[in-house]
Design a binder for this molecule. Structure first.
Ligand code: SAM
Length: 292
């Protein structure tokens, strides 16, 4: 079954698209099919779809997967969806906020080790959605997400480029991330002000790291918080808290702290995090000795 175009659904159900909720619906069947193909769900897979809207990708996903759990926050849209597609097999519409959706629990309840995730994301929630996916990474195999073009560029950016940011480093630490294709703003209704990119985030390709993920993230955010500053400045608070000096840190990790965070590779950020943790431990041990 083909989904009814969003423009017709809006008219039929007397709904107006909400900007606040990022309601730019896909209006290009070819792009919908490309997203469904990129998700690549099979008959054993359970897919979490973020923001079902009027089913532009939901119906295609349901033809391939065992089940699509489609989350939609908008009550009017959810009602229209149920009226049109409520009888279709393989779709469970969940009316609610995806930011409150428990991915680990959903995987358990549906008897899969890992969910697939798909969505033409409401752009306002991209950051918290990505954070939640990272937190639930052991319950997610891959995510195929349409995001605002500039955010997509940051997700896949390499060191030394202007798009390289904390998002690039932290996401690439946890997953294999690549751009699948670009989507022009003309493919949506209503038309947004920016183009989009479809990004694949493969959590099965996240490296085996020796650093603590939270410590890593905090070092990365500190380094990019003051992007134009040298690492010895942007990490000064962190260095002080570890009870060490920039010189000791430099010697321990072999990274020149006159560099800026934007030039560091993932491995170098990890070396920095590990060195800080080691110096921190030594500092603590030293303090304990003094007390004794
Ligand atoms: N998948 C549909 C499509 O491609 O046409 C709709 C995509 S539209 C960009 C985003 C959808 O997410 C809207 O239907 C919107 O109501 C819904 N949405 C916005 N915020 C949400 C949230 N926090 N939780 C769940 N759905 C949300």
């Amino acid at each position: 079954m083909e989904p009814t175009p969003a423009r017709d659904m809006l008219a039929k159900y007397g709904l107006a698209p909400s900007r606040r909720r990022g309601q730019n619906f896909l209006a290009d069947g070819n792009v919908c099919r490309k997203i469904v193909a990129a998700v690549g769900a099979g008959p054993d897979d359970v897919v979490l779809e973020i923001g079902a809207g009027f089913g532009a990708i939901t119906l295609g996903l349901a033809e391939a997967a065992r089940l699509v759990v489609a989350v939609e926050i908008d009550a009017g849209i959810a009602r229209a969806f149920r009226t049109e597609y409520g009888d279709l097999p393989g779709i469970e519409l969940v009316e609610g906020d995806v930011l409150e959706f428990d991915l680990e629990r959903a995987a358990r309840e549906h008897g899969v080790e890992r969910l697939l995730v798909a969505g033409n994301l409401p752009y306002g929630v991209t950051s918290p959605v990505v954070r939640n996916l990272i937190d639930a990474r052991h319950a997610v195999s891959r995510a195929v997400l349409m995001v605002q073009s500039e955010v997509g560029a940051r997700m896949v950016a390499a060191p030394g480029t202007s798009d390289y940011s904390a998002l690039s480093v932290v996401l690439q630490y946890h997953a294999g991330v690549r751009q699948l294709f670009r989507v022009a703003r003309t493919c949506f209704h209503p038309r947004p002000k920016v183009d989009s990119r479809v990004i694949e985030i493969d959590f099965r390709l996240g490296g085996a790291h020796r650093s603590d993920p939270e410590a890593f993230s905090s070092v990365v955010h500190a380094a990019f918080g003051q992007r134009r500053k040298m690492l010895r400045r942007s990490l000064s608070g962190r260095i002080e808290r570890a009870g060490t000096t920039a010189a000791a840190l430099e010697e321990s990790c072999g990274i020149d702290l006159a560099r800026r965070g934007e030039s560091l590779s993932l491995d170098e950020f990890e070396a920095l995090t590990l060195a800080l943790a080691t110096l921190d431990d030594r500092g603590r041990a030293g303090q304990n000795r003094k007390v004794v």
